[in-house]
Every structure is written in structure tokens, then in C-alpha cells.
Ligand binder design. Structure first.
Ligand code: XIL
Length: 337
């Protein structure tokens, strides 16, 4: 996870340490600006830690607050990575988003072997234990992540659906609220940022939860996207509006912008990326209840995109912690330019 990216795109932008902090621009706009981080890099790479501290007022664990790392061994909890990230945030006046309580993509293998009644006890104990440990210290939790099927046909077929039944989503929110009444409780997913079948299904899921008085406060739009593609800003604005009309807050939760398939020169690709970052962040800023934007990393030196989609340069800073055009696109949006 912490391997430097294989691709390298030196740019001549100023170093992160010399730029006006993004977090100041965000605070002036009344928003949280965040990044997903890894505790090993916070502890081991000063430029990494300094960039996080300078530019962000919100952090999320890229991996270490998921069930697989916390509950890798049945019957034991390991909070080392999560504690380190929360401590870093507190030392630098940042808020924390916990990510994510129930996600099929980071569930320890042993959960799959449990009988349904035992799986229910384990899931309940897990949510209570983790949320109460960070009660008052985690501002928001992604309670359920990616529960809607890829094609928008209904709930995704996961270990939680099979063992706990379709009401597991509502139950997870109730348990989380019981363990920390103050934290914002969020449903998080991808492919529901703009218009489309999956976006509609996510909307219907959270509308149903609200109608049943299930304690859900918000929706996270992951925003792992390609420059110039989905979602179009007007479609995103309309989608955010309908979610807000349900009484929810919205956040952009995992933004990165791929450019490898954009035609033209690298400089044209970086410009397209700048526009996409600007347009998405501006669409959030335009809606007062879009309270936060989190990027899924911040330096092209470390991005999950390289491993998952292929080598790319999806983030705000290059491998040497210099600002890319994308950084200025975000800055412009936060400053209302
Ligand atoms: C990814 C991390 O970036 C990787 O390092 C890890 O190996 C797998 O998880 N949607 C999510 C995130 O909600 O938790 C995922 O993060 C990316 C997709």
C-alpha cells in the first residue's frame, strides 16, 4: 500500500510547503477539506506528514479504520493504525472521518464462516466497540459502504446481506447512533455522483431510511472519476439537491481524477484534470449542505489508482509534493473563483 507510484510526472509547480493552505480557504468557506492517509507515512515521511498538516482540516484512514485491519484475528481488536491517525488529527486541529464500519471489500475472511446468528453478534459488537472507542473524537462515520449493486438493481450480494438480511443497513445506523449520538452517520458509495440507475437506487435507499426514521445524516459521493467524464457538474448539482431535500448532508468522500485516457499532451491532460477538480468542488461549495470534500490521497506518489486502474496521476500534488494544476483548481473553487 505504501509503495511509491511507478509513474512519474514531474511538474514545475511550487512545493506544498510554500502554498497557501487549502484548509484556510476551506475554513473561510465553512467547509472541511480532507485527505485519506496512512499512519506509516505520517510517521515515516516528513514531507507527507507536513503536507497533510498544512493543507487539510479533515482526515480519513485510507485503510486502517476498516474491519479487516481492526478485526483481522477473530476475537481481537487492533487499533494501532486507527489510534495513530486520530492522534495525528488531534495534534493538528483536524477532524476525523471514520471509514468504514461495514464494507464487503474489507471484511476479514473469518466472518464468512460464521453462522447467521453469530455473524449478527459479531457485527453488532464490532460497531458498538469501534464507534464508542472514538466517541466524541470522530466527527463522521461511513457506516455502510457500497451496499448498492453495481447495476443498481438492488442491494449488493455481500456477506452482510447473506448473513444478516436486507435490514442490516438500517441496523448498522441504529447501532452507530447508539454508540455515538454526536457523530454524523453517512452512507457512502460510488457511481452515484451524477444521474443514472445506480444514483437513483442510492437515492431510494436513503429516502427509505429517512422515511423509516433510521438515524442517517448524510451521503458520501466517492468521486473516483476520469477528467471530463461522468458526472457532469449540472447532474451532480441536481443529485446533491435531491439528497439535501431529504434532510441529508452530502460530502465528496474519495475524490481522485484519472487522466491517462484523456487525449492530447500531458499538459492538456493536467489542464483537463484541473477543470474537473474545480467543477466538482465548486458544485459542492455551491450547496451549503455539502459540508466536506475529501481526496483519496493527495500526492501521486501514493495512490490506489495506479494499482486498481493502471498507472496514472490522479491527485493534487506530484510525486515530489509539488502542486499540480489540479491543486489550483481546488483552490479556485474553495475561494469561489
Ligand atoms: C481502497 C484503498 O485505497 C486501498 O489502499 C485498499 O487496498 C483498498 O481500499 N472505495 C472505498 C475505499 O470506499 O475504501 C477504497 O480504498 C477505494 C474504493
Amino acid at each position: 500500500m505504501a509503495q511509491p507510484s511507478p509513474s512519474s510526472t514531474p511538474t514545475a509547480g511550487p512545493p506544498a510547503s510554500e502554498l497557501d493552505p487549502l484548509r484556510d480557504a476551506a475554513a473561510n468557506a465553512g467547509r472541511w477539506v480532507g485527505a485519506a492517509v496512512q499512519s506509516g507515512l505520517l510517521a515515516g515521511e516528513p514531507e507527507y506528514a507536513d503536507t497533510v498538516a498544512r493543507h487539510f482540516n479533515y482526515v480519513t484512514a485510507e485503510w486502517e479504520m476498516k474491519m479487516d485491519p481492526i478485526a483481522r484475528v477473530q476475537g481481537q481488536y487492533d487499533f494501532a493504525g486507527a489510534d495513530a491517525i486520530v492522534a495525528f488529527a488531534e495534534a493538528h486541529g483536524m477532524k476525523v472521518k471514520g471509514h468504514a464500519l461495514l464494507w464487503h471489500g474489507a471484511t476479514p475472511a473469518w466472518v464468512g464462516d460464521l453462522a447467521p446468528a453469530e455473524a449478527r453478534r459479531v457485527a453488532e459488537a464490532y460497531i458498538r466497540t469501534v464507534v464508542s472507542r472514538y466517541r466524541g473524537r470522530v466527527a463522521a462515520w461511513d457506516v455502510v459502504n457500497e451496499a448498492v449493486a453495481e447495476d443498481g438493481s438492488g442491494l449488493r450480494d455481500t456477506v452482510f446481506l447473506r448473513k444478516l438480511g436486507p435490514d442490516y443497513v438500517a441496523e448498522a445506523f441504529r447501532l452507530a447512533r447508539g454508540a455515538d449520538p454526536q457523530a454524523l452517520l453517512i452512507y457512502n458509495d460510488y457511481g452515484g455522483e451524477g444521474s443514472g440507475v445506480k444514483s437513483d437506487r442510492i437515492y431510494e435507499l436513503v429516502r427509505d431510511l429517512r422515511a423509516r426514521r433510521v438515524p442517517i445524516d448524510g451521503v458520501g459521493l466517492q468521486m473516483h472519476i476520469e477528467a471530463g467524464g461522468y458526472p457532469q457538474p449540472d447532474e451532480m448539482a441536481a443529485n446533491v439537491r435531491r439528497l439535501v431535500e431529504l434532510g441529508l448532508v452530502v460530502n465528496v468522500s474519495e475524490m481522485d481524477v484519472r487522466i491517462r485516457n484523456v487525449p492530447g499532451t500531458q499538459s492538456a491532460r493536467l489542464d483537463a484534470q484541473r477543470r474537473t477538480y474545480r467543477d466538482v468542488v465548486a458544485a459542492c461549495i455551491a450547496q451549503p449542505r455539502c459540508h466536506a470534500v475529501t481526496f483519496w490521497g493527495f500526492t501521486d506518489r501514493y495512490s490506489w489508482v495506479d494499482g486498481f486502474f493502471g498507472p496514472d496521476d490522479p491527485l493534487l500534488f506530484d510525486e515530489a509534493y509539488r502542486a499540480k494544476p489540479a491543486f489550483f483548481g481546488v483552490q479556485d473553487a474553495l475561494l469561489g473563483r
